[in-house]
Write a protein that binds this ligand. Structure first.
Ligand code: SFD
Ligand code: AMP
Length: 644
């Protein structure tokens, strides 16, 4: 094969994907490893890659301990409630105790954080969220990463991890190709930190045809992080916990700033409040422990994200849609109007453009909200990802087998969406996790754990042939046709993607089936994914750009398979509003108060599923806000007693 191969050898830390997690790794690894060789391999251009490419208007995870606002335990309790109990509390606590320092770094590096003029503290959007002028968020963190790395390879898509052949379950680097030049890139490395992000476009999106490509999470989030790890045989957790989001219709504009800062609210098509109507029946499905309206109201605790979705889904199904976000009041205030528009201009410009293009002014018309297609990710209100070791000072033995954030494969670490069980990390928490991984990777090397790694030429050659096969398949198959694009011998990446999206949508609870699935559907879906895998051997790529699309499809397919396996395994409806198991419509704590862990055998392709213990490490003790609330509730009672 006449393909040029570029080998980067003797790497200490390879960052595979440099979004918010990966940039954190490169920055921190330099601090602990002055002498270490740190290399970044990034599919796009690090300055504008990943979910934060367009910018953000808020940092959604900041404790504010410096200002006496929250402590890490409060955040663990919050995430636990929001995820219906299913979180890795050790990893969450670890992230939360370090996240503020990452945010302070961002400010030092030039990210404009808004300030509350009265208190001097960062301007809060909500209890956990602070407001930023964040259009340039990504270039700012990218600069910190590239300055600390020895080398940054842009436009290099990692397709496989390389494994140590010395007889240990250990990583040895990664391999991929340059999406512009078509060169093959081999990275021989002592450790790999996977920061390749989440997955959009594995489910059929609401926007097809006319709006194809418009999705909430970055369209280029191709599930690579998951596929790389699954294919290597790493254990995964909570892959069934894929997320559905309430979003402004068609532009997918996020709602956080609107609900929390602008204090806008939702109503049905007839101007009625609808959420509370659905809660009594919902409480029967999930139990009072998970939905207690009285307690939520009293303590200002948000209703879990999935349950808020459930109310929207039910209300629309009852024929009272569309749901509207009531913006018309808030937008009368010029400051809030400005915030409302700027929020999208700095983060999801498409939403602002869509409103402008369709003459929708939220000052005079309440825009529609809808629920999105599902996404697979591990840093928003959902916790898909790898099963990782936790910090030694916090984690129980089942959660701790070595280095912090190391997976079930030695030397393989993760950050952000790649790490499972750690929702509500968002951009700042992902960066923080990257820092933790970078530090751990240095420690692992310094402890001599990476000695004697063997990666043979035959392993590299085997992968190389696999990577470039779609180009060959196309070249040969193209000769069989004289016109058009359809050949009997190959499958093109885009039709392949549509086929995958249809399977996931119809069999694994997408939008067209109102997020409903059951064991029968899932088993059929798995069968279809298996047949599709055979066909993926025949994917054809016209050029190196299409080769990237081919590998994105393969990564999305593997991610989907794992999601499907997990969804079949957890026989309950844990997160109504994310998806429903029609054959097990209730939350079932008796059997499923646990985390789910899978492993795909790289040799046979078979999955092993197991239940892992779910430890509530942070006591149920009520958090600060609640304690204060109780104190203020007690005072009048005392006065009343005195009066008597
Ligand atoms: O409003 C390969 N997010 C928000 N976080 C916040 O803190 N505040 C917000 O306001 C947030 N909102 C939001 C958010 C995201 C998006 C898209 C929108 C709005 C519209 C979430 C965060 O962005 C998210 O949590 C983090 O970015 C996750 O970090 P990480 O590192 O896990 O993923 P990444 O940043 O997408 O980076 C992945 C990188 O990997 C590259 N890559 N490189 C090499 N080889 C491969 N095979 C690769 N595959 C991928 C990517 O190019 C990328 O650089 S709101 O909705 O809540
Ligand atoms: P979103 O814009 O939906 O991605 O959310 C951004 C942040 O706001 C996340 O931390 C959400 O959990 C939070 N959030 C969004 N909507 C609400 C709501 N209605 N109540 C409480 N928190 C919310």
């Amino acid at each position: 094969m006449g393909i040029k191969t570029i080998v980067e050898d003797n790497i200490d830390i390879l960052v595979a994907g440099a979004g918010l997690g990966g940039t954190g790794t490169a920055y921190e690894a330099r601090h602990w490893g002055r002498d270490k060789k740190i290399v970044i391999a990034e599919k796009a251009n690090i300055n504008r890659s990943g979910a934060v490419a367009q910018g953000l208007y808020a940092i959604n995870c900041y404790m504010g301990t410096r200002w006496g606002e929250n402590n890490p335990e409060d955040h663990v309790r919050y995430a636990r409630i929001d995820l219906m109990g299913m979180v890795r509390e050790d990893l969450l606590f670890d992230m939360a105790r370090h996240v503020d320092s990452a945010v302070h770094k961002f400010e030092e590096w030039g990210l404009p954080l808004m300030r509350n003029e009265k208190t001097g503290a960062y301007q809060r959007e909500g209890r956990w969220q602070i407001m930023i002028h964040g259009e340039s968020y990504k270039p700012i963190v990218a600069e910190a990463a590239t300055k600390n790395a020895d080398k940054t390879y842009n436009r290099v898509m990692i397709t496989h991890l390389l494994m140590d052949e010395s007889g240990r379950n250990r990583v040895g680097g990664a391999i991929g190709f340059n999406v512009r030049t078509g060169n093959c890139h081999v990275f021989k490395s002592k450790t790999v930190v996977v920061g390749a992000g989440g997955a959009s476009n594995i489910y059929k999106p609401r926007s097809v045809g006319e709006g194809a490509g418009r999705v909430w999470y970055a369209p280029w989030s191709s599930g690579s992080a998951y596929a790389l790890m699954i294919n290597a045989g790493a254990k995964m957790t909570q892959m069934e916990n894929r997320i559905v989001l309430a979003r402004f219709k068609d532009g997918y504009g996020p709602v956080g700033a609107y609900f929390l800062h602008l204090k806008t609210y939702t109503q049905n098509a007839y101007g009625e409040e609808y959420e509370s109507k659905h809660f009594p029946a919902l409480q029967k499905m999930v139990g009072k422990e998970y939905l207690d309206m009285e307690a939520s109201h009293r303590t200002h605790r948000p209703i879990p994200t999935c349950l808020r979705n459930h109310a929207i889904i039910q209300e629309v199904a009852a024929g009272r849609g569309p749901i509207h976000m009531v913006t018309m009041h808030a937008f009368q205030d010029p400051h809030l109007e400005e915030v409302g528009w700027e929020n999208f201009l700095g983060m999801t410009v498409g939403q602002a453009v869509l409103w402008a293009a369709t003459d929708l002014d939220p000052k005079y018309q309440n825009p529609e909200l809808t629920t999105s297609e599902p996404y697979v990710m591990g840093s928003h209100a959902t916790g898909c990802g790898a099963w990782c070791s936790g910090p030694a000072d916090v984690s129980p033995p089942e959660y701790q087998w070595g280095y912090n954030r190391m997976m079930s494969i030695e030397g393989l670490f993760g950050a952000g969406d790649a790490v499972g069980g750690t929702p509500h990390a968002f951009s700042s928490g992902s960066f923080t996790e990257g820092r933790i991984s970078g530090k751990s990777a240095c420690q692992y090397i310094d402890d001599g754990k990476a000695e004697g790694i063997v990666v043979s030429d035959s392993q590299i050659e085997k992968r190389k042939a696999e990577i470039f096969k779609p180009l060959e398949t196309y070249k040969v198959g193209r000769n069989e046709i004289v016109a058009g694009t359809v050949s009997p011998s190959y499958l093109l990446p885009h039709p392949g993607l549509q086929r995958l999206q249809k399977i996931m949508d119809e069999y694994c609870g997408g939008v067209t089936v109102n997020y409903m699935t059951n064991d029968k559907l899932l088993n059929i879906g798995l069968q279809k994914l298996k047949i599709m895998e055979e066909d993926l051997e025949k994917v054809g790529a016209e050029d190196t750009h299409q080769l990237m699309r081919a590998w994105e499809l393969k990564h999305r397919h593997r991610t989907s398979e794992c999601v499907m396996q997990h969804t079949l395994f957890r026989k309950e409806t844990r997160w109504p509003g994310y998806y429903y198991r029609g054959d097990a419509m209730k939350l079932d704590d008796k059997n499923w108060h646990c985390l789910t862990v899978s492993r795909r055998d790289p040799e046979t392709g078979e999955y092993t599923m197991e239940k892992a213990p779910l430890y509530h490490l942070v006591g149920d003790m009520e958090d600060k806000a609640l304690a204060e609330m109780k104190k203020s509730e007690k005072k009048p009672a005392k006065k009343a007693a005195k009066a008597k």
